[in-house]
Ligand binder design. Structure first.
Ligand SMILES: CC(C)(COP(=O)(O)OP(=O)(O)OC[C@H]1O[C@@H](n2cnc3c(N)ncnc32)[C@H](O)[C@@H]1OP(=O)(O)O)[C@@H](O)C(=O)NCCC(=O)NCCS
Length: 177
């Protein structure tokens, strides 16, 4: 796991208090619980197809973070300790500096600034691990994730995939100190 960057505490504009830290394998159960809470629409927008539940192998893959090639940050609600978001950066095969970016914020916490905060935490971690490009696939109307990524990256190229999805390649900007 990543131990170079400390956990972070934040108070959102609406007053809610959250914390963010690198995901660890012990979070698997919480990750599964969080997934079960997502609306069908959020699952669809994250995985780009309908998804009822995580299979054990997928859960294992999503929770076994090595802190180097597979980075992931988790956010929790300080009031309940419940997980509210995960953002991850997974190095592509055959590439030293390009990773796949993906993010999920649970429904009740969307539009409150969590996605941007956790992406910025992941961005610093990714940069420190040599990631210079993120490839992200989303539905073309997913303005929120594109807005988030443009706060820390520049768009390099995009192409349209089947079913209304687009794949965008972003170049990470150096994180502010
Ligand atoms: C997309 C998602 C990650 C955004 O996270 P979030 O916490 O809701 O977003 P934030 O509150 O941090 O908002 C980020 C920016 O997007 C804008 N935004 C948020 N929702 C928006 C919407 N529906 N339409 C347009 N802009 C929107 C915000 O105004 C903000 O920009 P600003 O800082 O300039 O005001 C979240 O909604 C989510 O998990 N969706 C389902 C899964 C998904 O789509 N994953 C992406 C696939 S990789």
């Amino acid at each position: 796991m990543s131990d170079r960057l400390p956990a972070q505490e934040h108070v959102l504009e609406d007053g809610a208090s959250i914390r963010m830290r690198p995901l660890v394998p012990e979070d698997a159960r919480e990750l599964e619980r969080g997934f079960d809470q997502l609306s069908p629409q959020t699952r669809y927008r994250r995985f780009l197809h309908a998804f009822d539940h995580l299979k054990p192998a997928h859960l294992e893959y999503l929770s076994h973070i090595d802190g180097k090639r597979h980075l992931a940050w988790a956010a929790a609600d300080n009031a309940t300790d419940g997980g509210i978001a995960i953002a991850r950066s997974i190095q592509e095969k055959d590439s030293a500096d390009t990773s796949e970016y993906a993010i999920t914020v649970v429904d009740a916490w969307q539009g409150r600034g969590v996605g941007k905060l956790i992406t910025h935490a992941l961005h610093k971690d990714a940069w420190a691990n040599g990631v210079r490009f993120w490839r992200a696939t989303m539905f073309a109307d997913n303005i929120a994730v594109q807005a988030i990524l443009l706060t820390c990256c520049d768009e390099v190229s995009r192409h349209t995939e089947e079913g209304g999805a687009i794949e965008i390649l972003y170049r990470l900007r150096p994180p502010a100190e």
